[in-house]
Design a protein around this ligand. Sequence first.
Ligand SMILES: Nc1ncnc2c1ncn2[C@@H]1O[C@H](COP(=O)(O)OP(=O)(O)O)[C@@H](O)[C@H]1O
Ligand SMILES: CC(=O)N[C@@H](CCC(=O)OP(=O)(O)O)C(=O)O
Length: 288
Amino acid sequence: MKKQTAMNRDWIATARTLSEALPYLQRYEGAIVVVKFGGHAMTDAEGLRTFARDIVLMRQVGVNPVIVHGGGPMINEMLDKLQVKSDFVRGKRVTDEATMDVVEMVLSGQVNKRIVAAINEQGGKGVGLSGKDANLMVCRQDDPELGLVGTPDEMDTTILHSMFRSDIIPVIAPIGMGREGQTFNVNGDTAAGAIAGALRADRLLLLTDVAGVKDGSGEVVTALTAQQIRDMTADGTIAGGMIPKTQTALDAIERGVRAVVILDGRAPNAVLLELFTEHGAGSLIRAE
Ligand SMILES: Nc1ncnc2c1ncn2[C@@H]1O[C@H](COP(=O)(O)OP(=O)(O)O)[C@@H](O)[C@H]1O
Ligand SMILES: CC(=O)N[C@@H](CCC(=O)OP(=O)(O)O)C(=O)O
């Protein structure tokens, strides 16, 4: 009996959320929403299933979702198994040729296919690709100190528009191609920002394992300006993996993305609640 009551309460909460969502569903019809699914946000099979269900629902209500994924922890695990040492400089992995092989194998072969399968299990049409496919993301070398780390240089989103027209949900691994045929490792946030920028996306959602960008006392800042980001980075409040994320947000806004949100991808229905409710979630960064 007790269990029944708890279930009813959950159901009422969900129904209220859905009715609140209706005006927002209309607002986002036809919109392009790029979602970066970070390795730390991919917790377990249930989390992946919920994420995939949210994405398929977005597609069903007329939004064009694009998934760009990470997979840092999965790469670390494989590098450990193969006893290849790996270092990070300013949130980016120093990548030699041996590391690059492992990065591509894990991201394109393992993580990408796992997400595609989860989307298809929920009734969507997920198709996996990387920045190498159809010249989506041509890169130049980032800092030579980082080896084969790439910076997106020239984007061709034709393939993504064809996919939208065919009701396909693109799932993109952050691997780029060099002009001399090299393969480059691109930070997942950087890749998501470049793709969102090239698509002039309506929203870029960066899903991670914290509720948002936190200030010095650990409180999430719900709305951030470019100047606040610069100050918080200079004084060390924004550090580690949050540096490429906030930098990506600034670059994406500059390239014409309407708004970027950094939020906790492990929270239930994180993506839907962000897009389709009044309160949103996480830290919002928009053009000033
Ligand atoms: N000011 C900050 N606010 C929130 N998180 C921060 C901040 N500075 C550094 N971080 C760290 O950044 C991490 C998110 O980056 P990262 O681990 O690369 O995530 P992902 O794998 O999801 O891309 C957080 O878990 C946190 O440890
Ligand atoms: C250059 C660089 O650092 N590439 C990242 C690519 C994966 C990634 O970004 O994964 P998360 O989003 O899970 O952190 C790496 O090798 O880990």
